[in-house]
Design a protein around this ligand. Structure first.
Ligand code: ASP
Length: 448
């Protein structure tokens, strides 16, 4: 999909910075409110039932409204995004080496990122720190709702199971059950079929899908306006119920994700040096404006114009290569997002005392990469896809609320990683397409 923000949509970027601050404020206010209510209930036991009633009948339903509004757009948003992606693929003129190297790097980049995320989460296991009693209280309070029948039905990567996951007998039933993969299969086939139609018809489908996508993104954007209050409500209710254990678990999760992201940055740095043939300091100096934009807008789409300018003017990449790789990268190549998806699924599994086997985790790696491809390049876009992934593993989709309070901080970090990976890819692809020219221009690259 052409998810690049239009001029009007980009004007939303500063407001978006305000929203990030508001959500952070909501998080802090929620934590303080939860701790204060907990202290009050301990100090004066007569107040405990009052605090609990407010939490159960006011705060938790308030948070649920936000979550359910997000759930509302999961299916259409993923469907429309993938159809648009498939349609856009047909537009590239420069196939051959450029296409192969670009897509090869995209897949490798995301697979390595998820692998590192899973490795750190397995070693650190922050979700295991939450005592069983605390998890029980999250369920009893209705903060997490689930039929808890997922355990016996987790997917495994056998050929039969893979067929069932991609092309289930009851396709509609699977989609209604928030299974993302069958939806992706349908949307890809639909997109490729539309692309093969005569030019004008394909163009009409492309325009229609882009417009639908815009409407759905707007729904997400409007829902996100509720985020500061919803985060405050959900976090205060959870802290009241579970206490400081939850905060310690979240701090561990943020640290684990950050460490995995830093490790992946290390891998990207190696790629810059070895595959891109560039100096690290020169590369960093050239791309830092795009990285800061990504960090402050949490949107790869809103960063795309800056990335394009940086690639052409500061990195000296051929405009044709930049014009092919970067829009596709902003849409498909999301290593930070893929890494994060894998980490959240493992966290929710750990909190529920579920051990995912090696095979389960390989399945998770594949699904996280596919899921990241389907994520739109706007703030908070991975939340609906993570809900779908959790459902795919028969974990409660509402488990995503565990990380909601810290999602925005991690969104800033993962978007920066997404954009960094796109810029690394464009350098390597440019070198593959025309090594002599790039080598000649590397000198000027770092001067910005
Ligand atoms: N905000 C991310 C991006 O634009 C997507 C996400 O992971 O939510 O790249």
């Amino acid at each position: 999909m052409n998810r690049s923000a239009t001029a009007g949509e980009q004007r939303g970027a500063p407001r978006d910075g305000d929203r990030a601050r508001q959500i952070l404020l909501g998080l802090v206010a929620g934590v303080l409110l939860g701790l204060a209510a907990r202290a009050l209930g301990r100090w004066e036991p007569g107040w405990w039932p009052v605090c609990e009633a407010v939490s159960r009948h006011v705060l938790e339903p308030l948070g649920q409204v936000f979550l359910r509004l997000l759930l509302l757009v999961v299916v259409p948003l993923v469907g429309v995004s993938v159809v648009s992606g498939a349609l856009e693929l047909g537009r590239g003129q420069r196939w051959g080496r450029l296409t192969t190297s670009t897509f090869g790097l995209f897949v490798m980049n995301m697979a390595v990122a998820v692998g590192l995320g899973l490795l750190v989460m397995n070693l650190w296991a922050p979700g295991r720190g939450l005592p069983g009693e605390a998890v029980r209280q999250l369920y009893e309070g209705g903060t997490i709702q689930s039929d808890r029948s997922w355990e016996a039905r987790r997917p495994e990567l056998t050929p039969g199971m893979l067929l069932e996951m991609l092309l289930p007998r009851n396709w509609l039933g699977a989609v209604v059950d928030f299974q993302i993969l069958p939806l992706i299969t349908f949307a890809l086939l639909f997109g490729f079929a539309a692309r093969s139609l005569p030019g004008e018809t394909a163009e009409r489908v492309r325009t229609m899908t882009n417009d639908l996508g815009r409407v759905l993104f707007r729904m997400v954007e409007v829902t996100m306006r509720l985020a500061p209050v919803a985060v405050a409500a959900l976090i205060s209710a959870a802290v009241l119920r579970v206490g400081p254990d939850l905060l310690a678990m979240l701090a561990g999760f943020v640290a684990a994700v950050m460490i995995a992201m830093l490790l992946h940055l290390g891998v990207l740095a190696l790629w810059v040096r070895l595959l891109g043939g560039r100096s690290l300091t020169g590369f960093y100096r050239a791309v830092r404006l795009a990285l800061i934009t990504a960090f402050s807008t949490s949107s790869s789409a809103a960063t795309l114009p800056t990335s394009l300018a940086v690639a052409r003017d500061r990195l000296g990449v051929h405009p044709g290569t930049a014009g092919f790789v970067l829009p596709l990268g902003a849409t498909l190549n999301m290593s930070g997002t893929a890494l994060y998806e894998g980490c959240v699924v493992l966290l929710v599994a750990q909190v529920h005392g579920v051990t995912l086997s090696w095979m389960d985790q390989v399945t998770l790696l594949v699904l996280a990469v596919l899921g990241a491809v389907a994520v739109a390049s706007v703030p908070g876009a991975s939340l609906p896809v993570i809900m779908g992934l959790l459902a795919q593993f028969r974990l409660p989709p509402e488990g995503v609320m565990l990380v909601l309070g810290v999602d925005r901080i991690l969104d800033m970090a993962r978007t920066t990683l997404n954009v960094a990976a796109d810029l690394v890819t464009v350098c390597i692809a440019d070198r593959v397409v025309g090594p002599g020219r790039v080598a000649g221009e590397t000198q000027t690259a770092g001067e910005g």
